[in-house]
Ligand binder design. Structure first.
Ligand SMILES: *Cc1c(COP(=O)(O)O)cnc(C)c1O
Length: 385
């Protein structure tokens, strides 16, 4: 019979239930105990062995990895503590000093900052391009990575992934794409030549504005296995509870995306007819420069759009006037959010850089939620007035 102090430490654990839980259990543990040292040792060495230590692998995080990998048509996934964690884990383990990266010009701000840091601190060369022709022209003998975003922020340009990745394939590059805005339900980039698909799961995959996370999906199991030892030492794994919240979001992803796309299409059409709105950027509108590409590449136009008001004052006044929608960062949650990029997410850009990114002083980005679209429209209409 143990002493009470020992019983306190070694709490009772019932044997696992015979029934399979309907919801994935949260394996809130830093590590796992073994009776067999060989099984323990194997778990330290391989991503497909038994989980040993949660930074290297955790069943709840693995449930998320397996699910997103399957949705993307990939071989394996790696769940991280944030979208930037996934992006940096992949860039830092795939690049070395002296390598060259070809990246799309209109990147997520954090990604642009990470590439600039790689350039300034670690001697990685970066060229920014707009299309496959520019990508081909930018190729160098030391080019290693081609980096794109399926749908860009905030003017929602759609990347010519088949064209870009054909260039990457021919040159033997690692084709990487951030597909956060598209989700695996609107586009499966691996079918168009991607080697790695990245997501900030803080957005649509989580979907409820209550968790930060990311995931990298690998087309090829061998590449995942090769990079895995460095990915886990990079040190940005998904926490089990965050992975669980994300998985709970993923379960309703299909119905949410359908509603996001339907609502955004209606809002985009109404905005396009409003006298105070100078232009609307949404791939679902025939006026969008990538409308045909979007129809070929995406199974829906997404939930994010942007539009132009007269000037900075009009933009800021609009963000002060919304009532149902919230003025907030991020996107992809069930609730409608508005943002004035020139004063917030893109404030570091100079006037020239803003123009190059297609962002005006009066640009508003809208992440259209899944509320009733007439209620969203009524709010936007009163804020425009
Ligand atoms: C939000 C976002 C990121 C960064 O993700 P975090 O989870 O905030 O680290 C990267 N790429 C895109 C396109 C995003 O929208």
């Amino acid at each position: 019979m143990n002493h009470q102090s020992t019983t306190c430490v070694h709490v009772r654990t019932p044997r696992p239930p015979a029934g399979q839980p309907l919801s994935t259990p949260i394996h809130q543990t830093s590590g796992f105990a073994f009776t067999d040292p060989d099984t323990f040792a194997e778990g330290m060495a391989r991503p497909d062995a038994e989980p040993v230590y949660t930074r290297l692998g955790n069943p709840t995080a693995q449930a998320l990895e397996l699910t997103v990998a399957q949705l993307e048509g990939g071989a394996a996934g790696f769940a991280t503590s944030s979208g930037m964690g996934a992006i940096n884990a992949v860039l830092m383990t795939s690049l070395r000093s002296g390598d060259h990266v070809i990246a799309q010009r209109s990147l997520y701000g954090g990604t642009f900052a990470s590439l600039e840091a790689l350039a300034h601190r670690w001697g990685v060369e970066v060229s920014y391009v707009a299309d496959p022709d520019e990508a081909r022209a930018a190729l160098r003998p030391n080019t290693r990575v081609l980096y794109a975003e399926t749908i860009s922020n905030p003017v929602v340009r759609v990347a010519d992934l088949p064209g870009l990745f054909a260039v990457g394939r021919e040159a033997g590059l690692l084709n990487v794409v951030d597909s956060t805005f598209a989700t695996p339900l609107l586009c499966r980039p691996i079918e168009h030549g991607a080697d790695v698909v990245l997501h900030s799961t803080s957005k649509y995959l989580g979907g409820h504005s209550d968790v930060i996370g990311g995931v990298a999906v690998f087309a090829d199991a061998a590449r995942h296995r090769e990079l895995w030892p460095e990915l886990v030492e990079f040190g940005a794994p998904a926490d089990p509870f965050a992975a669980w919240l994300t998985l709970r979001g993923v379960r309703t992803l299909a119905v949410r995306m359908r509603q996001h796309c339907e609502n955004a299409q209606l809002i985009a059409e109404r905005l396009a007819e409003h006298p105070a709105v100078r232009a609307v950027h949404y791939p679902g509108l025939p006026t969008h420069p990538d409308h045909d590409l979007a129809r070929a590449l995406l199974t829906g136009s997404g939930g994010v759009l942007s539009f132009e008001l007269a000037d900075r004052a009009a933009g800021l006044e609009f963000t002060r006037s919304v009532r149902l929608a919230s003025l907030a960062p991020s996107l992809g949650g069930v609730e409608t959010l508005v943002l004035h990029p020139a004063s917030t997410s893109h404030r570091q850009l100079t006037a020239d850089q803003l123009r190059a990114a297609g962002i005006g002083e009066g640009t508003i980005r809208l992440s259209v939620g899944i509320e009733h679209p007439e209620d969203v429209w009524a709010d936007l209409e009163q804020a425009l007035a």
